[in-house]
Design a protein around this ligand. Structure first.
Ligand code: SF4
Length: 331
């Protein structure tokens, strides 16, 4: 058994100081404890941020939504104001994990969850550039690749980002507020995660000791007409094979604004910018939705095991767009 230190931080300042000295931040613990039990993460110390009041709670205002990093997934998923203002956000949270996990897991922890690549999670496999930099990649070296990314991977790692919430955040221009030894900063959500490149070990731009304090989003018309569609192996408690968070603002029969975030298919939360461009200024029809799906995966680089995700992902994008259209009364 490995020993580690544990301390409970009374404030954000104390937490950043302890974390900057090497301790790992723990909140809901639903990912971290799991990875510690299987030996994938072995921190020397933990700093518990539960109980720091200013990290909890959220507000839904006319122009901006703000969520404290310690807010529980289930609390936000169930809130009728969230359901009314931004249905895709509620749906993404509802379709993530199990009820027990949603009651424990925090929004801040959720966006920082780590890949489900089976070789990353099994220390019996020596080859994993993410867990053990420079060791190689068991997936790319003849392993199973059906759970892996077809967008944004590299020759060093093709691990898939596994979350659901993040797709809604990247598509709707969310920002993340942080506090660290260097002070506070606001990071566009689209820049928080980094693609694996040559260094899959580095997953975000967060500095040592830097803690996510808040997630916020501008309120835009496309949020009201939004939907989160998730394709997975079973109906509950499964990670996405492909998912899409979409939102649409119409001007008569023409798409004025559209947002498309992809999950289950990429190394990081993925915004399908070209697919959005293909729809803006066009009618929203089965044909234009299917074309957007094709465009979203035009640059995909699948491996043998993950090639099915191109058609599945395109179908999920089209299906989510048609679901939004149906929600708008078929306009
Ligand atoms: Fe490790 Fe990435 Fe390869 Fe999986 S895909 S074995 S996480 S390097």
């Amino acid at each position: 058994m490995r020993s580690f230190t544990y301390s409970r931080a009374p404030s954000i300042g104390a937490a950043t100081e302890i974390a900057a000295n090497g301790a790992h931040v723990i909140a809901g613990g639903t990912t971290l404890i799991d990875l510690m039990k299987i030996g994938v993460m072995q921190p020397e110390g933990l700093v518990d941020i539960n109980g720091i009041g200013e990290l909890e709670g959220y507000t839904i205002e006319a122009d901006r939504m703000r969520f404290g990093a310690l807010t529980k997934m289930s609390t936000v998923a169930d809130d009728q104001d969230v359901v009314d203002a931004f249905p895709a956000l509620s749906e993404a949270l509802w379709k993530a994990a199990s009820p027990q996990l949603r009651n424990m897991a925090t929004l801040g922890g959720n966006i920082l969850q780590r890949t489900r690549c089976p070789y990353f999670r099994d220390t019996a496999f020596a080859q994993c550039n993410k867990r053990n930099p420079g060791s190689g990649c068991a997936a790319l070296d003849g392993g199973e690749t059906n759970l892996h990314a077809i967008l944004g991977g590299s020759e060093a790692c093709v691990a898939m980002y596994p979350g659901d919430l993040a797709q809604t955040l990247v598509a709707f221009d969310a920002e993340v507020s942080t506090r660290g030894p260097g002070g506070t900063r606001i990071i566009p959500f689209a820049k928080l995660h980094v693609r694996p490149g040559d260094d899959p070990h580095t997953e975000t731009i967060l500095e040592p000791g830097e803690i996510v304090t808040e997630i916020s989003l501008p309120v835009i018309p496309a949020m009201k007409n939004s939907y989160y569609l998730k394709a997975r192996d079973r109906e509950s408690y499964a990670f996405a094979s492909a998912s899409a968070a979409v939102g649409v603002e119409m001007d008569g029969n023409i798409v004025r604004d559209v947002r498309i975030g992809l999950g289950g298919v990429a190394s990081v939360p993925w915004r399908a910018n070209e697919a959005e461009d293909s729809l803006r200024g066009q009618p929203l029809t089965e044909e234009s939705a299917r074309n957007a799906g094709r465009v979203a995966f035009a640059d995909a680089e699948p491996l043998e095991g993950s090639s099915y995700k191109i058609q599945l992902g395109a179908d999920v994008v089209a299906g989510a767009l048609m679901a939004v259209k149906s929600r708008m009364g078929g306009k």
